[in-house]
Design a protein around this ligand. Structure first.
Ligand SMILES: [Zn+2]
Length: 371
């Protein structure tokens, strides 16, 4: 988050009285009315003016009451334009928005860098140069999924031999599974940011954005499988298709569930939790299979390190999300900075970056080694 763009300091919040902070529509005088209304009308030369203030948990409409340990600095029922500009104001969602918005910008930058030149992105991490080039043959009869699509994303430095001849160091791996993951991550991070930015507008939009947020999480989980399953099982096309098909169907079912008005209600929260957890746990099956197949691969330890970091990041993040630590220990102390959802967001970005590192290793390996 940029401290230059978002001012979040005690001096500004010192203006807050009785659990509310005024943000006028323009720079006019604050309305010091004791009204509980979130958008108070003011009269200024006969012109009605709205005054939006941050409110306390108790003043929230029921649909916005989610975390009783965050006591103040809520926006409630703000118009869209006002909510948009609150991106640069200090409230209890500011860091939730920026953590994933900057994560989105980071993944967008990585996508652009990779699209311009893959090898430069690899150099950014500086650890792949140490891998020995392997001179192997490439089986042109190998089944590539969606071969036509791969042609659309073929890279400048990609060569795709069709004669089975031995190739030097650049066989050139298919790129689209890697971009599917980058796209899925960007969708998740951006939809999360938008959810946190605009969820204060209305009940209907709040419900829609929550579903979009859940959908984004599902899309990121599904797309995480693509580079891993595609490159690891490139030489076992049947398993490649089976794993990708199963996770895609699983994801489609989860999204259908999340978008269903009945099943997206609070009553079915356990079902949603089970679906998310099952998608993650499903990954253990191909992971064990891949470990058995590639145990002697020199990249094994690096991949295990990346993927363990990813799993730990997501698990620790989920732990904060569920437990609502630390705000439950000191309600009101972490309203602006340091509450569990912000920590959860940071671990999501770290987990996604760890998986990005692993995806680069898989792709780099397939750049050099065919089947
Ligand atoms: Zn969030």
């Amino acid at each position: 988050m940029s401290s230059a763009t978002v001012v979040c300091n005690r001096r500004e919040l010192g203006k807050m009285e009785n659990g509310s902070l005024n943000f006028d529509d323009q720079s006019e005088t604050h309305n010091n009315s004791n009204s509980n209304s979130n958008s108070n009308k003011m009269s200024n030369g006969g012109k009605p003016k709205k005054n939006y203030r941050l409110v306390s948990y108790d003043e929230l409409p029921n649909y916005m009451k989610d975390n009783e340990f965050i006591l103040r600095y809520y926006r409630a029922e703000w118009p869209l334009k006002r909510a948009l500009f609150s991106l640069f104001q200090c409230h209890n969602e500011t860091l939730n928005i920026w953590t994933h918005l900057l994560g989105f910008a980071l993944f967008l930058a990585l996508t652009v860098v990779n699209a311009v030149h893959v090898s430069e992105a690899v150099d950014l991490f500086g650890i792949f140069r140490t891998f020995p080039g392997t001179n192997t043959s490439h089986d042109s009869s190998k089944l590539f999924m969606f071969q036509d699509l791969t042609e659309l994303v073929s890279m400048k430095n990609r060569s795709h031999p069709h004669g089975g001849a031995d190739q030097a160091h650049h066989i050139g791996a298919i790129r689209w599974p890697f971009y599917v993951y980058l796209g899925g991550s960007m969708f998740c991070l951006l939809s999360s940011s938008m959810c946190h930015l605009f969820c204060c507008h209305s009940h209907d939009l709040n419900l829609f954005l929550l579903r979009l947020d859940y959908t984004g999480i599902t899309v990121m989980i599904i797309t995480s499988f693509f580079p891993a399953m595609y490159y690891i099982f490139q030489c076992q096309p049947v398993w490649q298709i089976v794993y990708l098909a199963v996770i895609s169907l699983f994801g489609a079912f989860t999204i259908a569930t999340l978008l269903s008005p009945t099943l997206s209600s609070g009553k079915f929260r356990p079902l949603r939790t089970i679906l998310f957890a099952s998608m993650g746990l499903f990954g253990l099956v191909p992971a064990i299979h891949a470990a058995i197949l590639n145990w002697s691969n020199p990249r094994r330890n690096l991949v295990i390190a990346y993927e363990t970091s990813m799993a730990l990041s997501y698990l620790i993040g989920a732990g904060f999300y569920v437990s609502r630590v630390p705000e439950r220990w000191k309600p009101g102390w972490f309203d602006l900075v340091g509450h569990s959802h912000q920590i959860f967001h940071i671990f999501v970005v770290l987990g996604a970056l760890a998986h990005y590192g692993a995806a680069l290793v898989f792709m780099e390996y397939r750049d050099r080694v065919g089947c």
